[in-house]
Design a protein around this ligand. Structure first.
Ligand SMILES: Nc1ncnc2c1ncn2[C@@H]1O[C@H](COP(=O)(O)OP(=O)(O)OP(=O)(O)O)[C@@H](O)[C@H]1O
Length: 338
C-alpha cells in the first residue's frame, strides 16, 4: 500500500545568509513511529524542525507533513500537529490552568483542561502561577499545550531539558503512550539515553548533514564493540594478537599499558574467542579484561568529532613500542605524557 508518510523530508537545504545550516537531508517518519534527531549544537536540528512546523519554506528540496506543504498549506496542517518549542513563551502571571484555558481558546476540539493537566502530571499545580513553576514543570505545561488538540503529528524540541530524572521518565512514559496510540513524533534531544529509550529510528546530524541513521541497533552496529586488557608485563606489544584484522590501541592507565581493540569485524563473541584462545596458547592471564558493546554515545562522540568510525583500528604503538614489553611501554608512554 502506498500510504502517505506523516513526515517526509527530501533533499532539504536551508541557509541563513551565506551559511548553509541544513545541507541536503532526507528522512521519512511512518505513522505511529518516533524518530529522533540527534546532533551537536548548531547541527541544524531546530532549523529542520521549524521547516516541518511551517515557520519557514524549504529553500531547496521537499518537505511534507501529512502529505502537505507545511508552509504553503499551513492552515490545513496546523490543526493536525502539536509543537513543543524549546522555549514556550508563557505569560508568567497566569496560573497553569489559566494558561491551558487561554490555549484551548485557539484550539479546535481541545482536550478538557483537567485532562490536559492530568496527562502531564500537573493537576496539583493547576493554580500555581507559571513564574512559580520549576523549569521541568514549565516543560510539562508546554507539553500539555502541544497535546491539547490531540495532534496526529507531534514535534518535540528537547522536551525534557531541565527535568529531574523522575520527571524525565514520567515524560517518556507519556510520549511512549502517545506513540503506542498512533501519534507520529519527531523529537530532538541532547540526551542519548532519551533517544535509546524512545526512538524507533534516529538520525545523527552534524554540520547540516545526516551522518548516520537507522534504529539504535543499526546505528550502533558496525561502530565497534570494544575489548580491553592490561598488556601482560613480559609481552611485547608487537606480540599481541590481531582480532580478525583489528589491532590493539595502546594507552596507559594507572601506570599499566592497556590494549584496547575495536572488534567491528569479529564482534564481541568472535573477538573474545580469538583472544582467549591466544591467551590459552600462550598461558597468560589477561588482567583487567573487559568487553563491552558499542553504545549510542560512542557513535555520537565519533560523529561529532567528525571522525566516522572506521573498519577496525591500526596498532597505535610505534615500531619501538611494538618491540617493548608491557611494562616498558607503560613507562615510555607515561614518560611521554608528562
Ligand atoms: N536565524 C538565524 N540566523 C543565522 N544563523 C542561524 C539562525 N538560526 C540558526 N542559525 C545557525 O544555523 C545553525 C543551525 O542551527 P540550529 O538551531 O538549527 O541547530 P541545532 O542543531 O538545533 O542546535 P542546538 O542543539 O544548539 O539547538 C547554527 O550554526 C546556528 O548558529
Amino acid at each position: 500500500m502506498d500510504e502517505i508518510r506523516p513526515i517526509s523530508v527530501d533533499g532539504l537545504r536551508q541557509r541563513y545568509g551565506d551559511f548553509e545550516a541544513v545541507a541536503g537531508i532526507s528522512f521519512e517518519v511512518a505513522a505511529g513511529e518516533l524518530f529522533a534527531l540527534l546532533g551537536t549544537n548548531g547541527a541544524g536540528k531546530t532549523t529542520t524542525l521549524e521547516t516541518l512546523e511551517g515557520h519557514r519554506p524549504a529553500r531547496h528540496g521537499t518537505v511534507r507533513v501529512l502529505g502537505r506543504d507545511p508552509y504553503r498549506e499551513r492552515r490545513a496542517v496546523r490543526p493536525e500537529i502539536g509543537v513543543m518549542l524549546q522555549d514556550g513563551g508563557f505569560f508568567p502571571d497566569l496560573t497553569a490552568a489559566e494558561t491551558v484555558d487561554r490555549f484551548r481558546g485557539f484550539t479546535p476540539a481541545p482536550r478538557p483542561r483537567g485532562e490536559a493537566l492530568e496527562l502531564v502530571g500537573l493537576a496539583e499545580q493547576a493554580d500555581v502561577r507559571v513564574r512559580q513553576l520549576s523549569g521541568g514543570q514549565k516543560r510539562r505545561l508546554d507539553l500539555a499545550l502541544a497535546l491539547l488538540g490531540r495532534p496526529r503529528v507531534l514535534f518535540l524540541d528537547e522536551p525534557t531539558t531541565g527535568m529531574d530524572p523522575e520527571a524525565r521518565r514520567a515524560t517518556w512514559r507519556i510520549v511512549r503512550d502517545l506513540v503506542a496510540a498512533g501519534t507520529t513524533v519527531l523529537l530532538t534531544t541532547h540526551y542519548l539515553e532519551e533517544a535509546e529509550h524512545l526512538a524507533d529510528r534516529l538520525a545523527i546530524m552534524h554540520g547540516g548533514r545526516i551522518e548516520t541513521t537507522g534504529t539504535v541497533a543499526e546505528v550502533v552496529a558496525g561502530h565497534g564493540d570494544r575489548i580491553s586488557f592490561q598488556v601482560p608485563e613480559r609481552f611485547r606489544v608487537a606480540e599481541l594478537p590481531a582480532l580478525r584484522g583489528a589491532g590493539a590501541d595502546i594507552t596507559v592507565d594507572a601506570g599499566r599499558a592497556v590494549a584496547s581493540y575495536t572488534v567491528t569485524e569479529a564482534g564481541l563473541q568472535g573477538g573474545l574467542y580469538e583472544l582467549l584462545r591466544w591467551a590459552d596458547e600462550h598461558r597468560v592471564e589477561l588482567r583487567g579484561l573487559q568487553a563491552r558493546s558499542a553504545s549510542l554515545e560512542d557513535v555520537f562522540l565519533r560523529t561529532s568529532a567528525g571522525a566516522r568510525a572506521t573498519e577496525g583500528t591500526e596498532t597505535e604503538g610505534t615500531e619501538t613500542e611494538g618491540a617493548r614489553t608491557g611494562a616498558e611501554t607503560a613507562a615510555a608512554l607515561e614518560g611521554a605524557s608528562r
